[in-house]
Ligand binder design. Structure first.
Ligand code: UTP
Length: 475
């Protein structure tokens, strides 16, 4: 790099008050220097400065506490079916969704750029072997659902997988190593989300992870909107005729990928964004709640909900914050296009966290108290921007058990138990005696639900012990 280039970078850094990023320059070799400059060039310092100084500027009416106080339960909501009429409405929605799939109007987005810090798995979370019997990865369980759904509608479903700097290379290599789980690679598109630097919580200065490395994190699942646009993925989807985008997260293998009923309600009721909810297990459960605020459906994070609001009831005794978000959505493609073309940006949220960084002596240090602010965007901030939201309720045991933690609730053991219970329930509903088989796992290539098993007969009784119904079970 020339002296001029270095001088120009230094000028940018001085203007932003971030010149400390080059303080170890003289100690770096040429590769490290090039890498550091490349990281610095990717930072939008104006955005960062605006975020740092915007803290006090939030309109009090827009504060989470003020919104929580004005919130009512979502008014446009399809509840789980209880009556004959509800079941008929579900069947009608399913037919509409199946039609959309047959016409090739559905695409899917999988967000897989997260750091997975709570789980502590040393690879992208999607590679975690979650199948209770097969040991299949989260990526495989989700991709095989997409494959099966596409096969039965006779149209492949375009699959857009969002990665981050940390997950991109290992994720792409994993898909390739597993032959894209049977999906035609021409139907898969990987796109990478942006990054944000972590800053010192007291000074706003960007933290250094190493002398030649900034402390960077992916910009949140809400980075999807900008990344879809910048990577040309929205254009790719439009050229393929996709109108509705099924959005899911990598950690929930119970998600019904491209569920026709869900897609059908979205289309039939003319929504811009539709979200699946489950009833919160307790008012205190740590999950975002779907609410209406000023006539628009949105999601309030559990961490933003003031304690005195958590159990609030409506005058008719309905819990205001009971509809927990599963983070499963359908977006209209043209709504996302409009939002990105009109420059609508999702807001950044601040999280005060412990971030490993260099101390004043230039030594790597593990902080004991929260030392940093991380900035992240949340995909659910699309809801109030898009307007016209709809909520569809699902039963938790059918569709929601994400892998989040190393132990306890939402650990691998918990998710595997939920998968077993779901699949054992399908066999029972189809009238198939599972005997003493345990645990039970059914490949999406065999069945996507109990209905697919109703005409299926095992050739011989299942032996006791682990049971995996894989693709060869059909032959
Ligand atoms: P979480 O918010 O649960 O985060 O992500 P995480 O990274 O999986 O785990 P922790 O919080 O570090 O323990 C929910 C979904 O959003 C994706 C994740 O990959 C997961 O599918 N995500 C999250 C992204 O794609 N990008 C991000 O920047 C953050």
């Amino acid at each position: 790099m020339s002296a001029n280039e270095l001088e120009a970078t230094l000028g940018r850094l001085r203007a932003a008050g971030q010149e400390h990023l080059l303080q170890y320059w003289s100690e770096l070799n040429s590769d490290q220097r090039a890498s550091l400059l490349q990281q610095i060039s990717a930072i939008d310092f104006d955005r960062l400065a605006a975020l740092w100084s915007s803290v006090e500027k939030l309109d009090p009416q827009d504060s989470p506490a003020a919104k929580a106080a004005r919130a009512t339960p979502p008014s446009k909501i399809v509840r789980v079916p209880r009556t004959e009429a509800d079941h008929a409405a579900r069947a009608a929605a399913r037919a509409i969704g199946e039609q959309l799939l047959r016409e090739g109007k559905v695409g899917a987005i999988l967000v897989a750029g997260g750091e997975g810090s709570r789980l502590g798995f040393p690879h992208p979370k999607g590679m975690f072997p979650i199948g209770p019997v097969s040991g299949n990865s989260l990526y495989q369980m989700l991709a095989e659902q997409l494959l099966a759904r596409g096969r039965r509608s006779g149209r492949p479903i375009p699959y857009c997988v969002m990665t981050s700097d940390a997950t991109d290379a290992p994720t792409q290599a994993f898909f390739q190593r597993h032959d894209w789980f049977g999906v035609d690679p021409a139907d898969i598109r990987f796109f990478r989300q942006g990054i944000m630097p972590a800053v010192d919580r007291h000074t706003g200065k960007i933290l250094l992870a190493r002398k030649h490395e900034l402390a960077l994190n992916p910009d949140g699942h809400g980075g999807m909107l900008e990344a879809l646009h910048k990577s040309g993925t929205l254009d790719w989807l439009r050229e393929r005729g996709v109108e509705c985008l099924y959005y899911h997260q990598v950690d929930n293998p119970l998600a019904r990928v491209c569920d026709p009923e869900f897609l059908g309600f979205h289309r039939q009721l003319g929504a811009s964004v539709t979200t699946k909810c489950v009833v919160k297990a307790t008012p205190q459960e740590k999950m975002g709640a779907l609410i209406d605020v000023d006539g628009k459906t949105e999601i309030i994070e559990y961490s933003d909900l003031p304690k005195d609001q958590v159990e609030r009831l409506t005058p008719s005794n309905e819990a205001v914050f009971a509809a927990g978000s599963t983070a499963i959505h359908v977006f209209n493609r043209d709504v996302l296009e409009h939002l990105s073309a009109s420059g609508s940006e999702l807001p950044f949220h601040r999280a005060v966290k412990k971030v490993k960084c260099l101390d004043e002596a230039g030594q790597p240090t593990e902080p004991t108290v929260e030392n940093a602010i991380k900035y992240e965007r949340f995909i659910f901030d699309v809801l109030p921007l898009a307007g016209n939201g709809l909520v569809v309720e699902a039963r938790r045991h059918d569709e929601f058990c994400p892998l989040k933690n190393a132990t306890g609730e939402f650990s691998a053991e918990h998710v595997q138990r939920s998968l077993h219970a779901l699949h054992a329930g399908w066999l029972a509903e189809a009238g198939i005696d599972a005997g003493a088989a345990h645990p039970i796992e059914i490949s999406p290539l065999v069945a996507l639900g109990a209905d697919d098993l109703k005409n299926w007969k095992p050739k011989s009784p299942f032996p006791p012990g682990p049971l995996y119904l894989g693709p060869q079970a059909n032959s």
